[in-house]
Design a protein around this ligand. Structure first.
Ligand code: FES
Ligand SMILES: [Fe+2]
Length: 425
């Protein structure tokens, strides 16, 4: 008989639910997938939001998308709508996208430009720094100073905007120190987004990231990507191929050209940077390996075969930075079995569409790869949702990255849950 352990006693309170989640994590079978409920259960999904998504730094978008004061984009993390906007002074700020009057969402658009932020409901009007400028017909004792938009932590690192919804954000300085040297030479602050798209994958966010952290599946699924991307175990191993002479030679050559390249991973495993050579003479993710953009991403990086600089940052992002363009990926959870993936293709700000590149050529390989991965994740979700599913073993040779992701997930969950368990003890 199949033992289905995925349904909860509805009388379990929040603290016992948290305790049970930790017990399930601590008791999980080594080097095996998580139990089914981590991928399916709405209660565990809600805990993922609280333990991880509402606590960690998340990739929101790029500085170069907000060129002028008043330029903004919005995103939604779980229950939190957020607006990210360039202030009059030029800094980038983030606010909860919820009016301090009766709570209406202020900006419904995905992006735009505003002189001031005006709530559509009763027209309370906010400055770009979030302060309330104007609220019609309020009583004399109403103090606008107490009703500015609530700030969300916001930091810029190497052309990437990061937000954190926690009251006290984790220290971002170690990530900045680790990532900036790798990102700086590519000058993404000065790039432009040539194209972006957003897809929804019907799978739990952890299945999406697990799939990203291995290339065991690549051979059978990604014919376009594998024309240029080496699927060998070195590139997804936990040392990034430090013992592989080809990868070492690549690192030496790129570092001699001023590009930090060696494999670096944070102590808790949350982020990693390294540079991976592409196959043969390939320079970019195109069908023939030739650059997709005639103008290089950055004028000062002239070395032709720099491969791809890969950076992941759990739980929200993975990235490829090539010589001619960069591709950035932002993950946001939509529900227990639904995840949003936004992909952006960045090119030199002066590269001209139709002259230096075409959107078709630029996006072909990763649009195909994303769609293939979407299908894989959706089939994975259907399978793990079966009451017959039981955690299966990872390949220690090919799926070390997935094991590493889940180790980070378990640690982050423990850290996220600890204060809440303390508060009810
Ligand atoms: S809810 Fe925004 S002005 Fe009333
Ligand atoms: Fe894939």
């Amino acid at each position: 008989m199949i033992k289905d352990k995925s349904s909860f006693d509805p009388t379990l309170n929040a603290a016992s639910l948290r305790a049970q989640m930790l017990e399930d994590l601590r008791g999980r079978r080594k080097h095996h997938t998580l139990p089914r409920r981590f991928y399916t259960d709405p209660a565990y999904y809600a805990l993922d939001l609280e333990n991880i998504w509402y606590r960690e730094w998340l990739f929101a978008g790029h500085d170069c998308e907000l060129q002028k004061p008043g330029a903004y984009f919005t995103l939604t993390v779980g229950a939190y709508p957020v607006i990210v906007i360039r202030s009059r002074e030029g800094t980038i700020r983030a606010f909860h996208n919820s009016c301090r009057h009766r709570g209406s969402r202020i900006c419904a658009a995905a992006k735009g430009s505003a002189v001031r932020l005006v709530c559509p409901y009763h027209n309370w009007t906010y400055e770009l720094d979030g302060s309330l400028m104007f609220a019609r017909d309020m009583s004399p004792d109403f103090d606008p100073k107490e009703h500015g938009l609530k700030a969300v932590h916001c930091e810029s690192v190497g052309g990437y905007i990061w937000i954190c919804l926690a009251e006290r954000a984790p220290d971002i300085s170690a990530f900045r120190a680790a990532a900036e040297p790798y990102l700086a030479p590519h000058r993404l602050l000065e790039a432009k987004v040539a194209h972006e798209n957003t897809i929804v994958e019907n799978g739990n966010w952890k299945l999406v990231f697990e799939n990203n952290r291995e290339c065991y599946h690549c051979g059978g699924n990604h014919p376009e990507l594998l024309r240029t991307f080496p699927e060998g175990q070195a590139v997804t191993s936990l040392t990034g191929g430090a013992s592989d002479p080809v990868i070492n030679a690549h690192w030496d050559r790129c570092e001699a050209a001023g590009l930090p390249s060696r494999f670096e991973i944070s102590r808790d495993g949350q982020y990693r940077t390294t540079r991976i050579p592409l196959i043969g003479d390939a320079e970019s993710f195109t069908m023939a390996g030739a650059p997709a953009v005639r103008r290089r991403l950055c004028d000062s990086v002239t070395e032709p075969r720099i491969g791809t600089m890969v950076m992941y940052h759990y739980p929200s992002s993975w990235n490829h930075i090539l010589g001619d363009h960069a591709i950035t990926f932002r993950l946001l959870p939509l529900g227990p079995t639904q995840t949003q993936l936004t992909t952006k293709w960045l090119v030199h700000k002066d590269a001209v569409e139709g002259v230096d590149y075409t959107i078709d050529e630029l996006t072909r390989v990763w649009n195909a790869t994303n769609d293939q991965d979407r299908r894989i994740v959706e089939e994975n979700q259907i399978g793990v949702s079966s009451p017959a599913f039981e955690p299966g073993p990872y390949s220690l040779i090919r799926e070390g990255g997935v094991i590493q992701f889940l180790d980070w997930y378990a640690g982050a969950t423990e850290r996220g849950a600890a204060p809440m368990l303390r508060s009810v003890a």
